[in-house]
Design a protein around this ligand. Sequence first.
Ligand code: FES
Length: 136
Amino acid sequence: MSVPLSRRGALATGSGIVAAPLLAGCGNEPDVTVEAPQVATGSQLASTADIPVGGCAVFPDSKTVVTQPSEGKFRAFSAACTHEGCQVSSSSDGEIPCQCHGSAFSLEDGSVLKGPATEPLPEVEITVEDDKIMAV
Ligand code: FES
């Protein structure tokens, strides 16, 4: 029988030499903090082919995450997690995950699916022209 190993359990089984560098990144402070979206009206955020159906892709330059909750339907949000500001991650797993403390947000409307975040991701208005996803 296989038992899933938690991060704490994994660290407990490691040697002190291995665990010490890992612990340096395990505080309560986010590893990556991002600012609010930096989008100019009319600028291209992404191409439709970049976004997985049922997933999302993060664009660090514009600090946005673009989602495709269902085929041909696109939404965009700030990529800054509303918990402590880490950058959310790209995913094809039906949600927008934040790796820092485990929050997850809806592909559809940026609402919180799983805490500790309590506030939704702010939406970025977009329009889709051909295969280009543009900021409005
Ligand atoms: S910054 Fe804490 S869950 Fe995202």
